[in-house]
Design a protein around this ligand. Structure first.
Ligand code: ATP
Length: 195
C-alpha cells in the first residue's frame, strides 16, 4: 500500500485537505493526535515524560500540559530531542500497525512536523499544503482565539514553506481565492496511477 505523508504550516489547511481525501475514501492517520493520545494515555510514555520533565508536566486531571511542555522544549533543543525520542518511535509503531489493517490503494499520514520529525522518510510520496502567511495567521486567530503574536511564534518554530516545498512531491495551494478540490482530485489520480 502506498503511504503518502501530508504536511503544511500551522493554519495552512492540512486538516481541511484531509477531509476531502476522506470523502474520496482515503484513510487518514492523524500523527499529531496519536502523539497526544500516547502522552495522555500510554502508561510507559507517561512514566518516561514524568522522569524527564517532572510531575508538573501533567495537569491535575492527568492530561498533558501542552503549554507547559512547549514552554520547556521551546528553548531547549536537547529536551525537545529527548521528548521526540520518547514519542516518535511509539507513533511509528502505532502507524505501522494501523497500516496493516487498511484496505485502500493508498493512505495519508497527516503531520504538522512530517519533515522536521523525519517521518517523511517512511513515506512513498509527500504533499505540502501552502497558504499565504497572513491568511494562515487570520485563520488560526479565528479558529483558536489565539493572538497574532502566538501564531507568529508557532510559525517561526516550524519549517518555512520553501523548505517543505523542496522536499514535497505535490503542493496544494490553499489561499482563500483558490479551489482545493480540483488540486486534490488531480493528485489522487496521479497517486492511484503511479504511486
Ligand atoms: P493546524 O496545523 O493548526 O492544525 P491545519 O493546517 O490543519 O492547521 P486547518 O485546521 O485545516 O489547518 O485550517 C485552519 C482553519 O482555517 C480552520 O478553521 C479551517 O476551517 C480554515 N480554513 C482552511 N482552509 C481555508 C480556506 N481555503 N479558506 C478559509 N478558511 C480556511
Amino acid at each position: 500500500m502506498i503511504k503518502v505523508g501530508i504536511t503544511g504550516g500551522i493554519g495552512s489547511g492540512k486538516s481541511t485537505v484531509c477531509k476531502v481525501f476522506r470523502v474520496l475514501g482515503i484513510p487518514v492517520f492523524e500523527s499529531d493526535e496519536i502523539a497526544r493520545q500516547l502522552m495522555n494515555s500510554d502508561p510507559e510514555t507517561c512514566v518516561q515524560l514524568i522522569e524527564l520533565f517532572g510531575a508538573s508536566v501533567y495537569l491535575p486531571n492527568q492530561i498533558i500540559d501542552r503549554k507547559y511542555l512547549a514552554g520547556i522544549v521551546f528553548s531547549n533543543p536537547s529536551l525537545l530531542a529527548q521528548l521526540n525520542g520518547i514519542v516518535h518511535p511509539k507513533v511509528r509503531d502505532v502507524f505501522t500497525a494501523w497500516c496493516k489493517i487498511q484496505h485502500s490503494p493508498y493512505i495519508l499520514h497527516e503531520s504538522a512536523i512530517l519533515f522536521e520529525s523525519g517521518f517523511y522518510k517512511l513515506m512513498d510520496k509527500t504533499i505540502t499544503v501552502v497558504a499565504k502567511e497572513n491568511e494562515r495567521i487570520e485563520r488560526v486567530m479565528k479558529r483558536d482565539g489565539a493572538t497574532e503574536e502566538l501564531v507568529n511564534q508557532r510559525i517561526r518554530n516550524q519549517w518555512r514553506d520553501i523548505e517543505r516545498i523542496k522536499l514535497a512531491d505535490f503542493v496544494i495551494s490553499n489561499n482563500d481565492d483558490e479551489l482545493i478540490v480540483p488540486q486534490i482530485i488531480e493528485i489522487d489520480k496521479k497517486i492511484r496511477a503511479n504511486g
